[in-house]
Design a protein around this ligand. Structure first.
Ligand SMILES: O=CC(=O)O
Length: 328
């Protein structure tokens, strides 16, 4: 890039809860001329014309029509992660702006987290930890029980790249694996992990000990799991969500947990995020919550920033069409 001007890239901010960390910003500064939202807002008409790309780290900055109108030379939005439900793809396309995402990079970690949530909620790890560190040294829980994962039935809703990786892991736990997809079915991959296809989501819900949500959020999957679906689940079943909060009707879930329609829920995603501090999900004993950390490992986050950088440099969309058996 010697002798060449670095492309101008808009980012939300550096530091704070939502900004990129300083070392991350340093990595970007070596490759781009970075403009934060604050800088852009202070000098919109001059900087707006210079910006070629938006580096969207965990859904920030928010992109709306007003912003797009003020960035006449914007070519690409590089969005971190797999989901693009936070973007108005039609609007971006009407401005001739490409979108890239990093679906293949996040899938392994997200599947790992799905397994972690399944194990932690079934074996009550958080509760066990609280007990182990409590001042009561007589805590030995002789009659305190969890439920078994090995050999149990797992129902995966949305067998895309992430869902498939969950299935591969579940196979090692000798689980019976059911899956549901609205569209495609890949019989070869099905055989490889020993997964059984359920044409009807109801069949999966009725049989599974664990229901794992790994679908994309689309109009078709919005509140896919509501009161009716929860009632179909076993009273001993645990719901795990590693996709998007809005795939579940959260009010119906609270009600189902309070009235013991299902046993427990382990959620990496909710709506909104974070939940208001007085939200009923925060008070229920059988709920395990994590703060949307599916891809949050050192290696993956590093690969994501490399991939997003490459997409911006190439001005292309790197979003692979890796979704195999996903609900479209
Ligand atoms: O939420 C994370 C992602 O979409 O990868």
């Amino acid at each position: 890039m010697e002798g060449q001007e670095l492309p101008c890239v808009l980012i939300d901010c550096i530091g704070g809860r939502h900004g990129v960390y300083e070392d991350h910003a340093e990595f970007l500064r070596e490759r781009f001329c970075l403009i934060t939202m604050k800088e852009y807002l202070e000098n919109k008409s001059f900087l707006g014309k210079k910006i070629r790309a938006i580096y969207m780290w965990y859904h920030k900055p928010v992109i709306n029509e007003e912003l797009l109108q003020s960035l006449p030379n914007l070519k690409i939005v590089a969005s971190s992660g797999a989901g693009v439900d936070h973007l108005d793809l039609n609007l971006l396309s009407s401005y001739g702006v490409k979108v890239s995402n990093t679906p293949l990079i996040v899938s392994t970690d997200t599947a790992d987290l799905g397994m972690a949530l399944m194990l932690a909620s079934s074996r009550r790890l958080v509760e066990g930890h609280q007990m182990a560190i409590s001042p009561d040294t007589e805590y030995f829980p002789a009659n305190w029980l969890g439920v078994e994962v090995s050999g149990a039935t797992l129902g995966i809703i949305g067998m895309g790249t992430i869902g498939y990786k969950v299935a591969e892991r579940a196979k090692a736990f000798e689980m019976k694996i059911l899956y549901h997809n609205r569209k495609q079915r890949n019989k070869e991959e099905e055989r490889a992990v020993g997964a059984i296809y359920c044409k009807k989501i109801d069949d999966l819900l009725q049989q599974a000990d664990f229901v794992m949500l790994a679908v994309k959020l689309t109009p078709q999957t919005h509140k896919l799991i509501g009161k009716r679906e929860l009632q179909l689940m076993k009273p001993t079943a645990i719901l795990i969500n590693i996709s998007r909060g809005l795939v579940v009707d959260q009010d119906a879930l609270v009600e189902a947990l309070q009235s013991k329609v299902i046993k427990a829920a382990a959620l990496d995603v909710t709506y909104p995020e974070p939940l208001p501090r007085d939200h009923p999900l925060l008070k229920l004993k059988d709920v395990l919550l994590t703060p949307h950390i599916g891809s949050a490992t050192v290696k993956t986050r590093h690969l994501m920033k490399e991939n997003m950088t490459e997409s911006i440099q190439a001005g292309r969309s790197s979003g692979t069409t890796a979704l195999r058996w996903d609900l479209e």
